[in-house]
Design a protein around this ligand. Sequence first.
Ligand SMILES: Nc1ncnc2c1ncn2[C@@H]1O[C@H](COP(=O)(O)OP(=O)(O)OP(=O)(O)O)[C@@H](O)[C@H]1O
Length: 231
Amino acid sequence: MAEPALSLTEVKFAWPGRGGFSLACTSFKMNPGESVLLLGSSGSGKSTLLSLICGIVPANSGTVAVGGTDIGALTPGARDRFRAEQIGVIFQQFNLLPYASVADNILMPLRFAPKRHSRAGDAGKEATRLCAVLGLPNDALKRPAGRLSVGQQQRVAVARALIGAPPLIVADEPTSALDGATQDMFLQLLFDQVAAVGSSLLMVSHDERLSDRFDRVAHVEEFVSTEGVSA
Ligand SMILES: Nc1ncnc2c1ncn2[C@@H]1O[C@H](COP(=O)(O)OP(=O)(O)OP(=O)(O)O)[C@@H](O)[C@H]1O
């Protein structure tokens, strides 16, 4: 049987400092190809949870496994390489390099991920294809990412996450900068592309109206520790 795309087991995490915000999760699993919407209000811990899942911050205890690999057991360097190979991340603030071209931004994760690079095939052509399906103008690839509109930068961040078909796509409020109609269109594009490569999608949002589009909904409040976790 295939390993879960993601599993959290007995995970505890606290930001350092007395009374810092803390999370506790007994068990959470995602199947390969599954889409899950993680709902939570502002400040409820959505970004913290995604940072844990991506191995950007380490859990205080418990296991976070992506595709069966315990990311806490990897050295920091191996964890960074593993993330580049296995996880496509769409950050809330995009985290694009503003002076680098759109093409360089999209191709960036492949520099640290040889298997993902080979899955992308001709990476330049794949970046061009992704830009086209995501509705970016033809000339965008050569332009510095920082010169695009916020909505266009959001699409670049999605193309960067999708290139080379990582098995897990993690998205932090990727539609927050878009208006209603554009949001719907954008989500459809994201779902189409994720389905085309068979990735699992974990998206966090405060917007309950998106629920119907996902296989499953979870609430981040279920993960907030009321007892506190000693850091
Ligand atoms: N680097 C950090 N150091 C200490 N505490 C932090 C850090 N980042 C977040 N927190 C705290 O963790 C809690 C949850 O924040 P988080 O950003 O995860 O929430 P969120 O649900 O993503 O919020 P939003 O929807 O507004 O982005 C907050 O109380 C915040 O102050």
